[in-house]
Design a protein around this ligand. Sequence first.
Ligand code: WAQ
Ligand code: MG
Ligand code: MG
Ligand code: MG
Length: 258
Amino acid sequence: MEADKYYSVRMRAAKNGSYKHGGKHISGGELLSTYSNMKQAVNDLLEKGLNHSRGNPDFMQIQFELIDEPIKFMKPLQVATNEVESVEMGQALCRKLLEKAGIERKIIEKAYKNMTEYSGIRGAILIDIHSGERIDDRKDKGVRVSRMDWLNTNFKKWADYYNIPKYSRIKEALVLATKVSEHPSTVAELCWSDDPEYITGYVATKKLGYQRITKLKEYGDERGCRIFFVDCLRDLNSYIHYLEKQPVLIQREEENDT
Ligand code: WAQ
Ligand code: MG
Ligand code: MG
Ligand code: MG
């Protein structure tokens, strides 16, 4: 397996026409696959886009491309689950964790105030921790982190060991959060799903790990959030390049292998 070349495989699905024509974002997905596993990989992404709680798409693209750059291996962030009873408690905990990560309260409040205008996009938005301003220029697209994955056998062993549900959603979110937090310009990530039936979200930083919070919005709400709080004004382009192009595989540490 290690000797095989990897391909980046990506999917995006929209409703009421393609993105270019103002379609609504339904689902996106990205993974790494070997050539011999391509049918399975494409099928997994197809299934993900076809059966989505945000609706049935009428536009979908799936594409793959060979990766030339060497893959970086990373250990998953530590995971903690914070049970909360209400959205208010969940959101208060988010703010507390973001402050703990070193972000000033007024910057956090500014991000929250502007958040509604960003929901509905298919990527993440980048917020500068000094000004609280959005600094990527991707408008309604946002920055889509790509070229990352976690081989299922390894993920399952990890999930068994830490007694974490083996949902592909958790795997995908932890893969993304680990890749994003590994970059020194990332200060923190704040995320919850745009899927109406999924209300658990998280705050992640390299130091605090992946802090799951069980209630960050009400059921039925289609507004998601993915904000990277960053300190990278001088090097924005290389930061975005890392997010989009650096190939990353998550791997749990060897010592726990059985
Ligand atoms: N790169 C950048 N932004 C993304 C990406 C990506 N690869 N994938 C999704 N987003 C953005 C996009 O704006 C979505 O609307 C938003 O994030 C939410 O995406 O129990 O399922 O895939 O531990 O709906 C977190 C908790 C679940 C999991 C997050 O997000 C757990 C989730 P979704
Ligand atoms: Mg999605
Ligand atoms: Mg996703
Ligand atoms: Mg979603």
